[in-house]
Write a protein that binds this ligand. Structure first.
Ligand SMILES: Nc1ncnc2c1ncn2[C@@H]1O[C@H](COP(=O)(O)OP(=O)(O)OP(=O)(O)O)[C@@H](O)[C@H]1O
Ligand SMILES: [Mg+2]
Length: 285
């Protein structure tokens, strides 16, 4: 019997590997996957001269849900905004490194960000429906991107997207009402439907449930589980329970570094890095 068992000072299982030291900032764990949808290589982001994230190398697999976790300010939002070049819209923000989607670097000069942001859709913390009807929240992007030519096609697409987002039965009789007339949880599903309507391959979600009650959260979580059959999903969450319920892989960020990546079970049950263990056991905020 070893020291940990006899003293009961630690919950760590006996015979476990020693943890990587807190001062070590090279990513530990499996950063690559066999079948990546997106591959980030050495990605760093600066806001003016201040470096916000460094040396992020990470693959995101086809049809997986990957959770990004870590203390406030560690760079989770900054990182997922790189995946659809949303940081381009922030003045003074510079992204370095490479991000490939299906082998093509999305930061190449010949990439048009408008279709890119449809292909890699985004859902934000606070539901942000357009100041338009429920119907037009969905139809607008589809028209702009040329996915629909006439009213029948638009009707069909709106119904399909709302069904996929699990909202159809709740709104089918009030499609002309403003999107903002819906409850917060419904608005968030409307935003998911809006993202789905332009035929994305990847959906980024930045704390999509943080303004929702537990029932609306459970509905969104179920939806994410269904959506992963057709889409690749990267989700930032402050809820470790949520990460463990919905994701297959988890990435732990700390002060701008990607500290550890692994299967969600391994990250929560058997982390390799001391900083990951500190976070999941509540030693940080
Ligand atoms: N638009 C911006 N301009 C300047 N600095 C920024 C900007 N956005 C983020 N930062 C800085 O970059 C760092 C990472 O911020 P980021 O918002 O990515 O963290 P986060 O992990 O998403 O935090 P939270 O959990 O609080 O949302 C922080 O130091 C933050 O102050
Ligand atoms: Mg954030």
């Amino acid at each position: 019997m070893n020291q940990e068992q006899t003293t009961g000072r630690s919950f760590r299982r006996p015979g476990r590997h020693p943890l990587v030291d807190r001062t070590e900032r090279t990513t530990v764990g499996q950063t690559t996957v066999e079948n990546p949808k997106m591959s980030c290589r050495d990605v760093a982001v600066y806001y003016d001269s201040k470096k916000a994230i460094s040396n992020i190398t990470l693959d995101i697999g086809y049809n997986e849900v990957i959770a990004m976790i870590g203390p406030s300010g560690c760079g989770k939002s900054t990182f997922i905004r790189c995946l659809n070049r949303m940081n381009d819209t922030i003045e003074g923000c510079l992204v370095t490194g490479q991000i490939f989607m299906d082998g093509k670097n999305i930061y190449d000069n010949d990439v048009d960000v408008v279709p890119l942001r449809a292909q890699v859709g985004m859902v934000f913390q606070k539901p942000n429906p357009f100041p338009k009807s429920i119907y037009n929240n969905i139809a607008y992007g589809a028209r702009i991107h040329g996915f629909v030519q006439n009213r029948d096609e638009t009707d069909e697409l709106v119904e399909g997207a709302l069904k996929n987002a699990g909202l159809w039965s709740e709104v089918k009789d009030r499609l002309e009402m403003p999107g903002t007339s819906l409850s917060g949880g419904q608005q968030q599903r409307l935003c998911i439907a809006r993202a789905i309507a332009v035929n994305p391959e990847v959906i980024l979600m930045d704390e999509p449930c943080s303004s929702l009650d537990p029932i609306a959260t459970a509905i969104i979580e179920e939806l994410i589980d269904e959506l992963k059959q057709n889409y690749t999903i990267a989700i930032v969450t402050h809820s470790m329970q949520q990460a463990s319920r919905i994701s297959q892989r988890t990435a732990y960020f700390h002060q701008g570094d990607l500290i550890e990546v692994g299967s969600t079970d391994q990250i929560f049950l058997n982390p390799l890095h001391q900083l990951t263990e500190d976070y999941i056991t509540g030693r940080f905020e």
